[in-house]
Design a protein around this ligand. Structure first.
Ligand code: PBG
Length: 328
């Protein structure tokens, strides 16, 4: 690069038209997956205190909201359940109930908005009394026993009509086991989006409130989710999930882990998503509500940062709000 004044970087920043012309990253509604919470109690919606602007939906209210989101150009939903605590047990049995909340919501959504992609979380935490993603044996989440249960959960979602199975549990070997079950049962085009690089993060706090697992959670998830201090493991996690049959991979949380997003995209070149999780959402909303930041501006800036880092798309609670701005 020649030096000053042959080069003045400010020349190509000097007007809106040239800034637009040289812009490297663009965001469109096509990049957004809307994460939503469905509840068997909401009538028709109920607010989530720690996530201002986010509500839990009844199934009919969710169907209506999904139609609106699809009309805004949002290609897919990621579905999370808040179930009646009376339905929870230590095995998370409700996770694979074919008449359960998630399965019923999938059928209703597929019926009303058939062209919208449906991504379903596979993990037991919304369904267990102890709030862990798997089955506890003497306080430890037992890997192989949990994988069996996750296969049943995934299969029951596939039968209900889920397009994408998204295991978020971080058990070893679960992608391969789920892929095998899906193939065996004839679900050849059911995709797996693996939460491949998922860290044991404090940023999930408001989500656990949203799905009602916060009070329940005994201990933490450090024996299965990755240590936030680590970099190398993400490569091995993603490599293994791809080998086992994942079609797409995810990094989670999002913004504090953009180095991981960039590294994975560069290394593997597969569809790579980032999850702008509940705590990231809550921080932006809280600061915006206090008038400390321009909420819309920071929302759009954060979403385009994911694209700049190399993500193909973002799971976000902001999806409809962002899509409205992009469509304006
Ligand atoms: C559960 C799961 C979590 C999230 C998605 N799936 C939380 C956790 O691992 O405790 C977090 C989503 C968010 O914070 O927005 N397996």
């Amino acid at each position: 690069m020649p030096s000053f004044p042959q080069t003045r970087f400010r020349r190509t920043r000097s007007a809106d038209w040239v800034r637009r012309l040289v812009r490297q990253t663009t965001l469109s509604p096509d990049d957004l997956v809307w994460s939503v919470v469905v509840s068997d109690r909401a009538d028709p919606t109920e607010p989530v205190a720690s996530m201002p602007g986010v509500v839990r939906y009844s199934i009919p209210a969710l169907v209506k909201a999904a139609k609106e989101a699809y009309d805004l150009g949002i290609p897919a939903l990621a579905l999370f359940p808040h179930i009646d605590p009376a339905k929870k047990d230590d095995q998370g049995s409700e996770a694979s109930n074919n008449q359960g909340l998630v399965q019923t919501a999938i059928r209703a959504l597929k019926d009303a908005v058939p062209d919208m992609g449906l991504i379903c979380d596979v993990a037991l935490d919304p369904f267990t009394t102890h709030g862990h993603d798997g089955i506890l044996e003497e306080g430890y989440v037992a890997n192989d026993e949990t994988v069996k249960r996750l296969c049943e959960q995934a299969l029951s979602q596939a039968y209900a009509g889920a397009d994408v199975i998204a295991p978020s549990d971080m058990m070893d070997g679960r992608v391969g086991a789920i892929r095998q079950v899906l193939e065996r049962e004839g679900f050849r085009n059911t995709m797996i989006l693996s939460y491949a690089a998922k860290y044991a993060s404090g940023f999930y706090g408001p989500y656990r409130d949203a799905i009602g697992s916060a009070q329940a959670l005994v201990g933490d998830k450090k024996t299965y989710q990755m240590d936030p201090a680590n970099r190398d493991e993400c490569i091995h996690e993603v490599a293994m999930d791809l080998e086992e049959g994942a079609d797409m991979v995810m990094v989670k949380p999002g913004l504090p882990y953009l180095d991981i997003v960039a590294r994975i995209k560069e290394e593997f070149g597969v569809p790579t998503f980032a999850f702008q999780v509940s705590g990231e959402y809550a921080m932006i909303q809280a600061a915006a509500q206090n008038g400390w930041i321009d909420g819309d501006r920071v929302m759009m800036e954060s979403l385009s940062a994911f694209k700049r880092a190399g993500a193909d798309g973002v799971l976000t609670y902001f999806a409809p709000q962002a899509a409205k701005i992009l469509n304006a």
